[in-house]
Design a binder for this molecule. Structure first.
Ligand code: NAD
Length: 379
């Protein structure tokens, strides 16, 4: 066989990829599951840090069975040219020269600054365009679904009432009323979950297009009496309301909130502080025993009393601001996250032992893009 023929048949070397153990307190997810590793096949040589999947229910041995190597973090740092994780690792300065990091954190200003000191190429998953072609890679949606479900369970655990109607010899218990403020991916899943548990459900969103979606999960759409012209951007996200509109909205919403048992707030504007939907005046109108689960706690909160990961009691109302909701179901959250990452890796493709990063591809270029100042928040 001549040299040219040899060249043609020589298999491309695999991409050496590392999956670290997550270190943020409360983070139980892992970026790839054994099933993902099996499906990624020989194009990747995958090193999983020892114990990386254990909190999500994936022991080291399952990774070995799937074809991965288990190693110490120093091996990942030395050998992996691609790191896939949920949160960016604390040791980005130790990622191989010119390596690629695929993780959340695209809106984190301190991470952006730290990355600027390195030669690491960051594919920040929040930057994924919300186009049909990218839906299978959309970690924000997959994780928001799990979080919406977990928020209802968390709220229900703190309620002094049960969600379903119950007829017993001791009397009839009425079904609880559950409201989702913000009916995007998380809010809709919260409503669907609460309804499956027997609650009467209600949803509100500034985007009028959310009405149909709220109704499709069996909830009633709450329409406060305020005019919110063009509340939706061309990208499908909500536009930020003016402070005057926000104040009107809060007063109009208060009327609907006073009869609720559980309120799940999910309202977010990408890259901006979360809108304030429940202020102290509204708190005064809420029934004692009401529970609020504020899913926007990390970006400032939708209530005046939210504190991230702290249970607050104010005027008889309990406010929870959990920031690690996907980790409450870390196994399924990791299955979905890992599936998204696998689709992304398959989309990118590999060549000569490296990921193909084609800037003319809309998905790749968006993931590579430096965050615009308006999209950056200090997490
Ligand atoms: P998000 O997490 O950014 O925000 C949550 C919700 O809060 C949104 O529905 C938003 O409209 C709402 N909101 C913002 N300000 C509010 C306020 N003042 N009061 C009440 N609600 C407020 O949004 P998300 O869940 O990620 O998704 C938003 C939209 O994007 C939805 O329409 C969703 O269907 C769409 N989406 C499209 C794709 C796609 O691939 N095409 C993928 C995912 C989501």
């Amino acid at each position: 066989m001549n040299a040219v023929a040899n060249e043609k048949t020589a298999p491309s070397p695999p991409v050496v990829m590392g999956v670290p153990r997550e270190t943020l307190p409360g983070e139980r997810r892992v970026a790839l599951t054994p099933a993902d590793i099996k499906r990624l096949g020989p194009a990747f040589d995958i090193i999983v840090e020892a114990g990386a999947g254990s909190l999500a229910g994936f022991p080291d041995n399952d990774y070995v069975q799937a074809g991965a190597r288990i190693a110490d973090v120093s091996v990942l740092q030395r050998e992996a040219s691609v790191i896939v994780s949920v949160r960016a690792p604390e040791w980005i300065a130790h990622i191989k020269e010119g390596g690629v990091l695929i993780s959340l954190g695209a809106r984190d200003l301190s991470l952006a600054k730290a990355l600027a000191e390195t030669s690491v190429v960051h594919l920040g998953l929040e930057r994924l365009p919300r186009i049909t072609r990218a839906q299978s890679m959309d970690v924000l949606s997959s994780q928001a679904s799990i979080a919406g479900y977990a928020a209802v369970l968390e709220g229900a655990r703190h309620l002094p009432v049960i969600l379903p109607m119950l007829t017993t010899a001791a009397g009839v218990i009425k079904p609880a009323n559950v409201m989702a403020l913000g009916a995007g991916v998380a809010g809709l899943q919260a409503l669907a979950t609460a309804r499956r548990m027997g609650a009467l459900t209600h949803g509100f969103d500034v985007r009028e297009s959310a009405r149909e979606q709220v109704e499709s999960v069996g909830a009633s759409f709450v329409a406060p009496n305020v005019s919110l012209a063009s509340a939706e951007t061309s990208g499908g996200y909500a536009r930020e309301q003016s402070s005057d509109e926000q104040a009107q909205l809060r007063r109009a919403l208060a009327e609907h909130l006073r009869t609720m048992d559980l309120i799940v707030t999910t309202a977010q504007i990408p890259g901006r502080p979360a809108p304030l939907l429940i202020d102290d005046e509204t708190f005064a109108a809420l029934a004692p025993g009401t529970v609020i689960v504020d899913m926007a706690a990390e970006s400032g909160g939708n209530t005046s009393r939210t504190r991230p990961d702290v249970e607050v009691s104010f005027g008889g109302v309990t406010v929870l601001g959990p920031t690690q909701l996907p980790s409450h179901a870390a196994g399924d959250a990791s299955r979905m996250y890992g599936g998204n990452i696998r689709h992304l890796l398959e989309h990118l493709g590999t060549k000569d032992g490296a990921l193909k990063l084609d800037p003319s591809d809309a998905i790749t270029s968006a993931l590579l893009g430096l965050p615009k100042p308006s999209e950056v928040t200090t997490a």
